[in-house]
Ligand binder design. Structure first.
Ligand code: CUA
Length: 350
């Protein structure tokens, strides 16, 4: 009988490893390996430290195991060696893990202590983020009309290079705020205010956020975006968000028809706010400057006309389990829904 060969399993293992390495190179919008803030930089350096420490331990342990397996193996005419008791070795493998744990614990505890006590700068942007089933509300303290609160939903705008301090809340169940490139992940707990470590975004771009705590049927579809932009762009957005009276669309236009459906026929204004118009509902997400949003449905789809139409017509076909909002395909015509989409998309920074 031929001796079993190791060639095939070895080839298989090499092929699997090659696939794993290849897949590891895939980019993901939720990666923590491309930090875009000082806090994310610190998280990544801690992660690298621990990974390197764990790799060294892994290599040493597996190397020692391979050495022992080969050196003391059974050979023709000789049994595998059985060795019992070695005080020196036992002391060594008790002390070594203690040293490893201490080496990991010290930087971890220092990081936790400094991050939870980091001071909020005088010019920091103060934001309260609130979790709802299944979307996010963002309130900017002091940036609203007359120094009040500015409210938006699902897309957070931040200026690059300015410190941000975010307080986390929830109105229903436990959610978790996580923007891998910037900060997180920290739970949003009902009846409790959790503070994120203040952080400074240092790169302009659009970053993905995701609820990171199972919170019900649409948990996986509870996402958001963070737009880090220049101070000028941020200021323009804030100014337009605060516009007290938004000019009415041209009479007879699709926008004007859509506005009427939104405010009267569809009843959308009972639940949604569009600052500067009659719409002032507070049940659903604030839709002021909706046309500036790159996504619809709490970050789940690009805000194309088609996707916004699908959302207004039958949001549960897009996000199963979504709550409260009616299926407007039952009560509005396709033309009316198309007009609402045109109206919403027209709400932009001029
Ligand atoms: Cu909210 Cu998961």
């Amino acid at each position: 009988m031929p001796r079993p060969t190791l060639i095939r399993p070895t080839l298989l293992a090499v092929a699997l490893m090659a696939i794993a390495v290849g897949m590891a190179a895939c980019t993901s919008p939720l990666t923590t390996f491309e930090p875009a803030s000082d806090a994310a930089d610190r998280i990544l350096s801690l992660y690298i430290l621990i990974t390197v420490a764990a790799s060294i331990v892994g290599i040493l342990v597996l190397g020692a195991m391979a050495y022992i397996l080969i050196k003391f193996r059974a050979r023709p005419g000789r049994k595998a060696q059985q060795i019992h008791g070695n005080n020196k070795l036992e002391i060594a493998w008790t002390i070594a893990p203690i040293l490893v744990l201490v080496a990991i614990a010290i930087p971890t505890m220092v990081w936790i202590a400094t991050s939870s006590s980091r001071a909020v700068a005088d010019d920091a942007i103060l934001v309260t983020a609130t979790g709802y089933q299944w979307w996010f509300e963002f309130e900017y303290e002091g940036l609203g009309p007359d120094g009040g609160t500015l409210v938006t939903a699902n897309e957070l705008h931040l200026p690059v290079g300015r410190q941000v301090a975010i307080e986390l809340r929830s109105v229903d169940v436990i959610h978790s705020f996580w923007v891998p490139a910037l900060i997180g992940k920290t739970d949003m707990v009902p009846n409790r205010e959790n503070r994120l470590e203040p952080f400074v975004p240092n790169e302009i771009g659009e970053f993905w956020g995701q609820c990171a705590e199972f919170c019900g049927v649409a948990h996986a579809n509870m996402r958001f975006r963070v737009h880090v932009e220049s101070l000028a762009d941020f200021d323009a957005w804030v100014a337009e968000m605060n516009e007290q009276t938004r000019a009415d669309p041209e009479p007879g236009s699709a926008e004007a028809r859509g506005k009427r459906v939104f405010e009267v026929l569809g009843g959308c204004a009972a639940c949604h706010t569009i600052a500067g118009t009659a719409a002032a509902g507070r049940i659903g997400p604030d839709l002021t400057l909706f046309g500036e949003r790159t996504t619809v449905g709490a970050g789940i789809l690009p805000a194309t006309d088609e996707n916004v139409r699908a959302w207004v017509s039958d949001l549960r076909s897009v996000k199963p389990g979504a709550r409260f909002m009616p299926t407007f395909a039952d009560t509005l015509s396709e033309a009316q829904i198309a007009d609402v989409v045109t109206y919403l998309k027209s709400l932009r920074v001029p």
